[in-house]
Write a protein that binds this ligand. Structure first.
Ligand code: PEP
Length: 257
C-alpha cells in the first residue's frame, strides 16, 4: 500500500493569528500556481493554539486543501487543568492533527514517555491524528545509541494501542541535535532510524501496520535538503519548523519532487 507523503509545518511560538493567516493564504496561492496535487502530498500547518480558530476559519471558508494541526494536547479529558487544551476542544475546532512529545515539550516541560503515551491515546479517542515526535539528543547519538533510544520512545508511546490505531497515526523522527540548529541529518541517517522505527512497529504490532504507518523526518529541513530525504524508502514526509514560517520555503518543501 502506498503511503501518502505528509509535509507538516510546526510554527512553534513564532506566528500570531494575523501572520499565520497571511502565510496560509500565500502558501495556498503558491501551491495553486504550481498546480500542486494535494492527493499526492498532504499539507498540514500547526499554528499556536491562539491562531487555530482564525486559520481554521480561513481554511474552511475558502475550502483550502491545507489541513490543520495543533502543537500539543492535554492528556486529560476535561476539568480543572488551567492552561491546557483538550482533544475534544481541538476536535470541535476542526483540528485534524496534533503533534505530541515534541522534543521542546520533552526538554522544557518535562514530558515523559508515559505522558506522551497518555496524550496519544487521548488524541486518538477524539479522532485526532497524533504526530508522535521521537528522537535522540547529541550525547545519545555520539554514544551510538540513537536507534535503540528512539525505538524505545516509539514503543512506549504506542503501548496499549490497537494495530488499526497505529496504522492511522504519524511518527516523526526528529533528532534533537538537528532541530533549529541548521544541522540536518544526512538522508542515510534519516533512513536508518525511520527504517528501524518501522521495523519496531512490525515487531510490536504486525507487518501491515508497519507498512501503513507514516514516518516523517524532522530537523532543519530546507528546500535544498528535502528531495534527498524524501528519496529514502522509509521516510514518508517531513515535520518542518523554521522553514515552515516562510510561505515560499514551505511551498518549495511541499513541492519536493
Ligand atoms: C521542529 O520544530 O519540529 C523542527 C523540525 O524544527 P526545524 O525545522 O526548525 O529544525
Amino acid at each position: 500500500m502506498a503511503r501518502t507523503p505528509l509535509i507538516a509545518g510546526n510554527w512553534k511560538m513564532v506566528l500570531d493569528h494575523q501572520s499565520g493567516t497571511l502565510l496560509v493564504q500565500k502558501l495556498d496561492w503558491t501551491l495553486k500556481d504550481a498546480k500542486h496535487d494535494h492527493d499526492a502530498v498532504e499539507v498540514v500547518v500547526l499554528p499556536s493554539h491562539t491562531s487555530l480558530r482564525t486559520v481554521q476559519t480561513l481554511i474552511e471558508g475558502d475550502k483550502l486543501d491545507i489541513k490543520l494541526g495543533a502543537q500539543d494536547v492535554s492528556a486529560h479529558e476535561s476539568g480543572a487543568y488551567t492552561g491546557e487544551v483538550s482533544a475534544a476542544q481541538l476536535a470541535k475546532l476542526g483540528v485534524g492533527y496534533v503533534a505530541i512529545g515534541h522534543s521542546e515539550r520533552r526538554q522544557y516541560h518535562g514530558e515523559t514517555d508515559e505522558l506522551v503515551k497518555a496524550k496519544t491515546a487521548k488524541a486518538l479517542e477524539h479522532g485526532l491524528v497524533p504526530i508522535v515526535c521521537v528522537g535522540e539528543a547529541l550525547d545519545v547519538r555520539k554514544a551510538g545509541e540513537h536507534v535503540p533510544f528512539t525505538v524505545g520512545q516509539v514503543t512506549a508511546a504506542l503501548e496499549g494501542l490497537s494495530a488499526a490505531q497505529v496504522a492511522g497515526l504519524v511518527l516523526a523522527y526528529e533528532p534533537v541535535w538537528a532541530i533549529g540548529t541548521g544541522e540536518v541529518a544526512t538522508p542515510e541517517d534519516a533512513q536508518e532510524v525511520c527504517a528501524a522505527i518501522r521495523a519496531a512497529v512490525a515487531g510490536q504490532f504486525d507487518a501491515a501496520t508497519a507498512e501503513a504507518v507514516r514516518v516523517l523526518y524532522g530537523g532543519s529541513v530546507k528546500p535544498a535538503s528535502i528531495a534527498s530525504i524524501m528519496a529514502q524508502p522509509d521516510v514518508d514526509g517531513a515535520l518542518v519548523g523554521g522553514a515552515s514560517t516562510d510561505a515560499a520555503d514551505f511551498a518549495a518543501i511541499v513541492r519536493f519532487r
